[in-house]
Write a protein that binds this ligand. Sequence first.
Ligand SMILES: [Zn+2]
Ligand SMILES: [Zn+2]
Length: 128
Amino acid sequence: MKERNTRQKEIIYDILCSSNNHPTVKELCDEINMKGYHIGQATVYRNVSKLVSLGKIKKFSTVDGVEHYDANCTFHAHFVCNCCHKICDVDDVCYDNIIAQIDKRFCISTVSVMLEGTCNLCQEIIDK
Ligand SMILES: [Zn+2]
Ligand SMILES: [Zn+2]
């Protein structure tokens, strides 16, 4: 039983690593099923929660309260497109400046930056 659980966790982690679209549990389930594995949504949810607590993946919520999972654990901001709802990684954000501007009363342990707007693809459609 233990071996099966470890295997499922590995499959879930591998699929999350190979997808860079910050899936929700539901989207992750669809992807797992599409690859021919059969893991229930409750099991996927339990495993991603475990991976989050192990620090292997990150969880964040968009303004609509939907939880997304990210295998990219490096410091990066997220851009959410208001048109197509795509979530992109933004790597070139200087967190040192942000942290330096924060009142010294606060001790920052983690920074999460969420940017919203229109992505370049949707912008092109609007411009036409
Ligand atoms: Zn877009
Ligand atoms: Zn990300």
